[in-house]
Design a protein around this ligand. Structure first.
Ligand SMILES: C[C@@H](O)[C@H](N)C(=O)O
Ligand SMILES: C[C@@H](O)[C@H](N)C(=O)O
Lengths: 164, 164
């Protein structure tokens, strides 16, 4: 079907929490996010990849930066429950997203977005894509420039979109 | 705002490709996906997490299972270009998704979905969530049961959704 890129948006003031080495067995994603929800942390996107042939998982989620203190408390609670787990927190991030419809074979759209950021010499941190939204986390200072690069690559300049 | 879960869907016949240890510098996401697009591989979702304090990235994407042969060729090409990179391919997967609107603080919805799968003793492989879609990759054999568990958890039983 036709791929239509409707717009791009920039979400600012994000931080990224990564939990590394979560045992890959049923119930742990639920356990982790009930802790997160209990502390009223506002979660943006969640991604998880599996490692070591299925033995462990790395769970990464972006949060609003003013939730960082609560996030650190959750990390401590979880590390007590899962001693093998480690964590990485990165601050001062932003997320640039391309929104479209019919991006079922959206590789071409994703490639174009990744290449736009490459041409702007902007490094991509977390990536999360679906048929509807392609999102790239970047350093906060690169955010506005990343949005312009994507607007330009998808010829959205004539119809500026607001920031998210 | 109000979180409204509209429906759930099951996508079958997926495989997952994971590229581990991709150097974390601008241009590599673009490089990888232009290779993938060149071979006409139909990509479902793409996720990337960053490791080692920013040194490397792990890129994971789901593809339609009949693209596996092409995917293996791409992996070989990429491994020649990026000698430090390793890969993991997992087959016989399905993806169960919950679709909603206004899931901006969607942690509660995500928790509920993760817990539904936990109660069904179904292990979650890759996870990818946004304001609109929460997706969990599971073993193919768990797919139909995962869809039922999610339908039940969100009380969608009365309005059965088709498979994707
Ligand atoms: C790691 C975690 O996602 C686990 N696989 C679960 O199903 O909960
Ligand atoms: C790893 C890869 O995503 C790299 N960070 C890039 O920007 O292309």
């Amino acid at each position: 079907g036709q791929i239509i890129v409707r717009g791009a948006a920039l979400k600012k003031d994000l931080a990224r929490v990564e939990l590394i080495g979560v045992p890959n067995k049923p119930g742990l994603a639920s356990e982790i996010f009930s802790h997160v929800a209990d502390r009223d942390i506002i979660v943006d996107d969640i991604i998880q990849v599996i490692h070591k042939g299925g033995e462990t998982a790395d769970l990464s989620f972006t949060i609003e930066a003013d939730n960082l203190q609560a996030a650190h408390l959750v990390i401590e609670e979880l590390r007590r429950e899962m001693p093998g787990m480690t964590s990485e927190v990165k601050t001062d991030l932003a997320k640039v997203s391309v929104v479209g419809v019919g991006m079922r074979t959206h590789t071409g759209v994703a490639s174009r977005m990744f290449e736009a950021l490459h041409q702007a010499n902007i490094n991509i941190d977390n990536i999360s894509t679906s048929e509807i939204v392609i999102s790239c986390v970047v350093n906060a200072e690169d955010g506005p420039r990343a949005l312009r690069a994507v607007h330009s690559a998808f010829e959205l300049d004539q119809e500026p979109r607001g920031t998210a």
